[in-house]
Design a protein around this ligand. Structure first.
Ligand SMILES: NC(=O)c1ccc[n+]([C@@H]2O[C@H](COP(=O)([O-])OP(=O)(O)OC[C@H]3O[C@@H](n4cnc5c(N)ncnc54)[C@H](OP(=O)(O)O)[C@@H]3O)[C@@H](O)[C@H]2O)c1
Length: 370
């Protein structure tokens, strides 16, 4: 495993981190029903191979991810890895909620402290809450009390909001952003990445594979990429190529995915791509942009939908059909219209979506197309 400096924290982090948001399930319809045996085996194997950063959050797997991570890190594994978790901003309605939530999280994890604590999925509204409720001071107090070691944030909004947070968040040591070869000008993007690194922040990248959609992109996109590597290899190395990046998180629900990503991490390096190869990624992005795909990363934050609409599945099917031609409807999701018809337009999903997708409108427009 290779390690990089984590900003100015003094920590050395493995270039590959384990994202505990996409763990194996007993029942694919039920996010809470984690296959504990397999999930624990994955996390421990990752650590045995040198991974030293495990990322979880209050509401991953319907609130069960932190408990699972706590179990996985028994038997001496806690001492071998850093643990990151996040304050669920949607659950914070007053200053006192900070302590109540952090205490619940430490209980679930069965730990006295976490190494990295993040405000989860900051956007304009969540940042206002941080300021209005004095939550930066709460972070500092938690640090002084030894409940957290380092303070940071994860981010989903535009570059202007990202820059505002960097300017106003006193004591911030690291951030977590979405970054991959098609999202270089989306959310914080390449500009935000550079600025955060210049300020000495540790840089965690999530969604390097855009939640899995860059594993098998459309043929027209694939054709543009450097030829001598596979799609996963290209996508992960595009992120590791950047000197600003400390580590990338991958949600690896299968042992073969973990094994593949461990090998790629071992062989990664800053500047692995030549300038000509980097132009190929820019060309691939240009082709992707023309396709007007729904920017869903299957993070499942919108689930469960009260009306049972499987929003990420529908968007994934629509994106595949858009890339491969309408004849694929029958093969991929013949009942796409019926599935969309279940939507009662309550809007609960839109409040949760970190990509700010206008889900109701988008579903309607897909239904109209078919
Ligand atoms: N803070 C936030 O707001 C936020 C938001 C999103 C994510 N996160 C964190 O960041 C982590 C990483 O994000 P992500 O899970 O979206 O990362 P990602 O790497 O973009 O996507 C993970 C998905 O890629 C596929 N995959 C990974 N390795 C593969 C391989 N070698 N071969 C084929 N497919 C592979 C799997 O898809 P299949 O499952 O379809 O096989 C997996 O579920 C999450 O797990 C979570 O901890 C945080």
């Amino acid at each position: 495993m290779q390690y990089r400096d984590f900003g100015k924290t003094g920590c050395k982090v493995s270039v590959l981190g384990f994202g505990a948001m996409r763990m194996p399930l007993n029942n694919p319809e039920e996010q809470k029903d984690i296959n504990e045996e397999k999930a624990i085996e994955l996390i421990r194997h990752a650590i045995d191979c040198g991974v030293n950063y495990v990322d979880t959050a209050y509401f991953y797997h319907g609130g069960c991810s932190e408990t699972l991570v706590g179990k996985a890190l028994k038997d001496g594994y806690r001492e071998k890895t850093y643990v990151a978790t996040k304050l669920p901003m949607g659950h914070v309605n007053c200053t006192e909620d900070f302590d109540a939530l952090l205490n619940t999280q430490l209980e679930r994890l069965d730990m006295d402290y976490v190494d990295f604590y993040l405000f989860h999925a900051l956007n304009r509204d969540h940042w206002k809450k941080v300021i209005d409720f004095g939550l930066i001071d709460k972070m500092k107090q938690a640090k002084a009390a030894g409940k957290i070691r380092h303070m940071g944030f994860s981010f989903h909004d535009d570059l202007e909001v990202f820059n505002q947070i960097l300017d106003e968040y006193d004591g911030c040591e690291f951030c977590q952003i979405q970054y991959n070869y098609v999202d270089t000008d989306y959310q914080a993007g390449a500009e935000g990445l550079k600025r955060a690194a210049e300020m000495g922040l540790g840089l965690v990248v999530m969604e390097s594979l855009r939640g899995g959609s860059l594993v098998s992109p459309a043929e027209d996109i694939k054709k543009q990429l450097p030829e001598n590597r596979g799609c996963v290899d290209n996508a992960l190395n595009f992120v590791w190529n950047a000197p600003e990046v400390s580590l990338l998180l991958s949600g690896m629900g299968k042992m073969e995915q973990l094994e593949e990503n461990l090998v790629l991490a071992d062989n990664s390096k800053v500047g692995i791509f030549s300038d000509e190869e980097l132009i190929k990624f820019t060309n691939a992005k240009a082709v992707n942009d023309k396709l007007s795909l729904v920017p869903c990363t299957k993070c499942m934050y919108c689930q469960p939908c009260p009306a049972g609409v499987e929003i990420p599945e529908i968007f994934a099917a629509f994106n595949k059909i858009t890339q491969g031609g309408r004849r694929l409807v029958k093969e991929i999701m013949p009942d796409i219209e019926d599935r969309i018809s279940k939507c009662v337009k309550c809007g609960k999903c839109e409040k949760m979506c970190p990509q700010n997708i206008k889900i109701i409108e988008q579903l309607k427009s897909i239904k109209d197309k078919f």
